[in-house]
Design a protein around this ligand. Structure first.
Ligand SMILES: C[S@@+](CC[C@H](N)C(=O)[O-])C[C@H]1O[C@@H](n2cnc3c(N)ncnc32)[C@H](O)[C@@H]1O
Length: 330
């Protein structure tokens, strides 16, 4: 059964049991980008430092509820420091904290470096920072900028609670490249090899991609060969790469920051066993819980805005509803 907790992330996490969740996949509110219209919301702090501190506190609670072999996947984009001029809340876009431009030498127009500030702060707080995956968007938001390139990527940070953790690389392995198939379709055994490889004293021949260690390493007898000895069928897979090309999808519901289901599916498959538990403390319209449920996991979502409940309902169907007290105004 899926569970949706309507509360501030910190308070919602407090009701969850320690060591109970397999993986957490989430996208926190980005810094200075949107006003979600709730006084307890994260994202509109006046300095990046304050914003990062609030997120670190939330993720510390996430670490408590994760199983010892659990993982955290954080989808996050960078922000530019604004002058504060032209501050506008129209269409929930263009909110630029003015004071940020005087923090830590950051000037208006500077890229703040939010993803790495967060990654380093989480590492300092005890997380193992395992990977910076690049989400490359073939269809980025058009930008009217004339003095830099259009931004077309975000980060997906993979962090773990312990040095050794559950990661099913096989579940997300990808087909080998066409060029590898061609290269290995040669009769490698009878090749002499090239002696012009710098630093090598033996001739070098085409070799096979190893996937995940000796267990998956192909041996010549695993391939089908034609009479001439060429391989004609090649079914091996390779380790998933750390640049993920995923198009953003327009979402018809009234939420401005949904991530594509195809972006987080690999995180669910690699980070949890079937029947496991997947958590999203900033669940928005419920994408994580929906995909987790579709793939036989239990989903737990936490969201501060009850106004997203109809969207969650539409996407997730039945769930156990827990509503904690409204967060009081500061
Ligand atoms: C980037 S969106 C997440 C969108 C989600 N990944 C999806 O696909 O729908 C961040 C969400 O965090 C929520 N939020 C902001 N501050 C929060 C807080 N303190 N506790 C819990 N949720 C919060 C916002 O209302 C928003 O829905």
């Amino acid at each position: 059964m899926n569970k949706i907790i309507f509360a501030d992330a910190l308070k919602g996490l407090a009701v969850l049991e320690s060591n109970s969740v397999d993986t957490c996949i989430t996208s926190p509110p980005y810094y200075g980008l949107r006003d979600y219209g709730n006084s307890g919301q994260i994202g509109l702090e006046s300095t990046p430092e304050e914003y990062i501190q609030r997120l670190v506190a939330v993720f510390r609670e996430v670490r408590r509820v994760l199983k010892p072999d659990g993982t955290l996947w954080v989808v996050i984009a960078d922000s530019y420091a604004g002058s504060g001029k032209g501050w506008s809340n129209k269409n929930n876009r263009g909110v630029r904290p003015q004071t940020c431009a005087n923090f830590d030498g950051i000037k208006p127009k500077d890229l703040i470096g939010i993803p790495w500030l967060l990654a380093f702060a989480l590492r300092a707080d005890g997380w193992y920072l395992r990977q910076d995956i690049i989400w490359q968007k073939p269809n980025p938001m058009p930008e009217s900028v004339r003095d830099r390139c259009t931004k077309s990527h975000e980060y997906v940070f993979l962090l773990s609670k312990s040095p050794r953790y559950y990661f099913d690389g096989e579940a997300i392995a990808e087909p080998v490249a066409e060029s590898t198939i061609k290269r290995l379709s040669q009769d490698v055994e009878s090749q002499v090899g090239s002696s012009r490889v710098p630093g090598k004293d033996k001739p070098m021949k085409a070799s096979h991609t190893r996937y995940g260690g000796a267990k998956y390493t192909a041996t010549p007898d695993k391939f089908n060969r034609t009479k001439s000895g060429n391989m004609y069928e090649f079914k091996e897979k390779r380790n998933k790469r750390d640049v993920w090309t995923v198009s953003t999808k327009p979402y018809k519901g009234a939420h401005f920051a949904t991530y594509p289901d195809t972006l987080i599916l690999p995180c669910i498959l690699a980070g949890s066993r079937a029947g496991g538990t997947v958590l999203d403390p900033f669940c928005g319209s419920g994408t994580t819980v929906q995909v987790a449920a579709e793939y036989g996991r239990h989903g737990i979502g936490i969201e501060i805005n009850t106004e997203y409940e109809p969207l969650i309902k539409e996407r997730v169907g039945d769930y156990q509803r827990i509503a904690l007290e409204e967060v009081p105004d500061e």
